[in-house]
Ligand binder design. Structure first.
Ligand SMILES: *Cc1c(COP(=O)(O)O)cnc(C)c1O
Length: 435
């Protein structure tokens, strides 16, 4: 074969430490505030919801956080993940650019989300917690946490937005296969859910309602904690295994990326790829351009405001300094369910504010057009969320063609779309529309 296209690391190359970008920020980030007192939140405020070891990690002053061996052993089920060069896509685009992608869809749940789910389940287990409660929209986070809880012998309760529970049954079946209990939210299981069902028995639910139910369940049960799949510092920290592996793999390929690309919902897979490279940008002056890609139906970075806001609709979480569309923003029902979040990780928000990263937004028809080009050249059917990154990577390669420049583009393919085929059907039949 003339070109090497697959860069594989061995099990010994699974990172031993996560990278904490908080220690390298050129300016510190504004702290989260207590919703009642408006004072910076203390670790004690958070321990009814999260175990103390994860709370400490949220505020960690360490640059490199050691990954406990039991977590690395589970990572070895699918890590290191492959990094590939998309030569067939490059040919199709007739671009001099080299396009690389890191593929996180090889995890058992089909996305990057188990990277943090496994870590969170482990820390809860060693803290003596017996059960985790969480919410899920389309089911990607719920399935990742169900898997992780099973592997560490924890119970798992998932509040799944009711419309998705009925419209997207396969993710629910995955969660139940891994042993989780899944409730359509609003449910009869919490006071908040019962109240909403009394007012409207057909209430379709929302992520905000499901978060409120999972938190109520946590606060009213013994030995139970809550778990969040994006946004928070410790979640972005756990995801940095993606970028740390990618740095080694780009070295194997003998190239340095000019442009890094990731899709953003709450920001965690983007952070995972980008933060280790941003360390080199901040500390070694590497000239990487780093691009966050969002749906134009939920344009948090490109059209939101930087201010304190709640993480949920019911105003129960701390106030976080972030780009936001407002905690009561109701995003249209686009197919990339994982990108329908009103806020953005405070770290990603801060980096955008400092000008260290860029952002771009795309409507979903443009995104699916790119997803099809990718599926028809590279074979993998990307998740609708990940397809936003595919779109931006393709556009970077087209720009390079027009400028006659050899650019190296690296993007994160955060998951596969094998459980999102109805979205592809809508696109192929011409019924998919921009909102
Ligand atoms: C959940 C999800 C996302 C969005 O979440 P982030 O925290 O922004 O990464 C992106 N891609 C896939 C495949 C997902 O499951």
């Amino acid at each position: 074969m003339s070109t090497t296209t697959h860069f594989t690391l061995s099990q010994a190359d699974i990172p031993t430490h996560w990278y904490n970008i908080l220690t390298d920020l050129p300016e510190p980030m504004p702290l989260p505030l207590h919703p009642a007192t408006q004072q910076p939140i203390t670790p004690d405020d958070m321990t009814p919801i999260f175990p103390e070891n994860l709370v400490m990690q949220e505020f960690s002053p360490e640059r490199w956080v050691e990954i406990p061996e039991p977590i690395r052993e589970i990572y070895a089920l699918w890590r290191p993940t492959p990094l590939l060069r998309a030569v067939r896509l490059e040919k199709e685009l007739q671009t001099p650019a080299h396009i690389y992608y890191k593929y996180e869809g090889v995890s058992p749940a089909g996305s990057h989300k188990p990277n943090t789910a496994v870590a969170q389940a482990y820390y809860n287990k060693v803290a003596g917690i017996q059960r985790l409660a969480t919410e899920t929209g389309a089911g990607q986070w719920g399935s990742a946490l169900s898997l992780a809880c099973r592997l560490f012998g924890l119970e798992c309760t998932v509040y799944m937005v009711k419309v998705s529970y009925f419209q997207k049954p396969y993710r629910k079946m995955m969660m139940e296969t891994w042993g989780a209990t899944v409730y359509p939210s609003p449910s009869e299981n919490t006071g908040f859910g019962r109240k909403l069902l009394r007012e409207d028995p057909d209430c379709p639910g929302s992520l905000g309602i499901a978060i409120s139910e999972a938190i109520e369940d946590t606060l009213h049960s013994k030995n139970t904690r809550y778990s969040l799949g994006s946004v928070l510092n410790h979640v972005c920290l756990h995801q940095t295994v993606i970028g740390l592996e990618a740095i080694k793999q780009m070295e194997m390929a003998g190239e340095e990326p000019d442009v890094l690309v990731g899709c953003v919902g709450g920001g965690s897979n983007f952070a995972g790829l980008a933060f280790p490279f941003l360390r080199k940008k901040i500390t070694e002056g590497k000239p990487y351009r780093v691009v966050a890609v969002e749906p134009s139906a939920c344009p948090t970075l490109t059209a939101g405001e930087l201010r304190y806001d709640f993480g949920d609709t019911a105003r129960t979480t701390p106030l976080m300094w972030m780009y936001t569309l407002g905690h009561d923003f109701m995003p249209p029902k686009i197919h990339a369910g994982g990108l329908r979040y009103h806020g953005m990780a405070p770290t990603v928000s801060h980096l955008y504010h400092l000008g260290l990263i860029e952002a771009v937004a795309y409507p979903q028809t443009k995104v699916f057009e790119a997803a099809l080009t990718f599926a028809r050249t590279e074979g993998i059917i990307p998740a609708p969320e990940s397809s936003h990154a595919v779109r931006a990577a393709i556009d970077e390669a087209i720009k390079a063609r027009e400028a006659g420049e050899k650019k190296v583009v690296l993007f994160n393919l955060s998951g596969h779309g094998m459980l999102d085929l109805s979205a592809y059907e809508a696109y192929l039949s011409g019924s998919l529309q921009d909102v």
